[in-house]
Design a protein around this ligand. Structure first.
Ligand SMILES: C[S@@+](CC[C@H](N)C(=O)[O-])C[C@H]1O[C@@H](n2cnc3c(N)ncnc32)[C@H](O)[C@@H]1O
Length: 217
């Protein structure tokens, strides 16, 4: 079970996405033994065409996606995160990187082939987010969510960090479940990394909802 009260955990994460954002990459790399980037990249093998990444944080996955030649638009609600993501690309021209909220996407209907979200915070369970994702996706578009990562408790350090994650985030038995956006169903699977594994959900429209995007508003 989670030892820290949920309100405290929320407050700590808001600090990490705001004033402490410059430490975000370090925290995610060190406390997850370098697996974070592997887990994020599990999303890349699923996608093609025009991709929208929501809750993109410091832009690490966008940088890798751009390096691989993917057509990638990223957004985040936190000005501190978007600033850090833009700095990542300096002095090159930054790719499309928006300060925006996942519950009110600044895109027209049916504009993207895939939506990606890695390690989403609570925005991903908001009904408004599900509706927005369904709206901006093309009729045959899909969603990839990297929902959680789990370290293999190898050795004392792996064991210690695994215990710490469970205290803050909850035990593995309580891994978050996520309702599919309207008209979508999830196919979940675990993807292995060198020192752990990531829970990846791939969402596709249910057959009967393959309708023009405008009708999905
Ligand atoms: C746990 S971080 C994940 C960041 C990145 N995707 C990663 O894999 O490291 C969650 C991110 O979601 C962003 N976020 C929270 N609520 C949001 C919302 N309503 N719309 C867009 N982004 C949001 C936060 O600012 C933060 O950057």
């Amino acid at each position: 079970m989670r030892l820290l009260p949920l309100r405290l955990v929320r407050w700590l994460f808001e600090l990490l996405y705001g004033p402490l954002a410059p430490t975000y990459d370090w925290v995610s790399r060190v406390f997850f033994l370098g697996q974070w980037a592997h887990w994020q990249r599990a999303a890349l093998s699923e996608v093609s065409g025009r991709v929208l990444e929501v809750g993109a944080g410091t832009g690490a996955l966008q940088a890798e996606a751009v390096r691989r030649g993917l057509d990638w638009v990223a957004l985040d609600r936190s000005p501190a995160m978007v600033r850090l993501a833009r700095q990542r690309f300096h002095p090159l021209a930054p790719p499309a990187l928006l300060l925006a909220d996942a519950t009110a996407l600044p895109l027209k209907a049916g504009q993207v082939d895939w939506v990606v979200s890695t390690f989403p915070s609570e925005y991903i369970v908001a009904p408004a987010t599900g509706k927005e994702l369904a709206r901006v996706l093309r009729p045959d578009g899909g969603i990839v969510v990297v929902l959680a990562g789990v370290l293999r408790p190898d050795g004392p350090l792996g064991w210690l960090l695994d215990q710490l994650h469970q205290l803050v985030l909850g035990s593995h038995g309580q891994l978050p479940s996520l309702p599919a956006p309207p008209g979508f169903s999830w196919q979940p699977r675990w993807v292995a990394s060198p020192r752990g594994r990531a829970l990846v959900l791939v969402g596709r429209r249910l057959e009967r909802s393959l309708a023009p995007a405008e009708d999905l508003r």
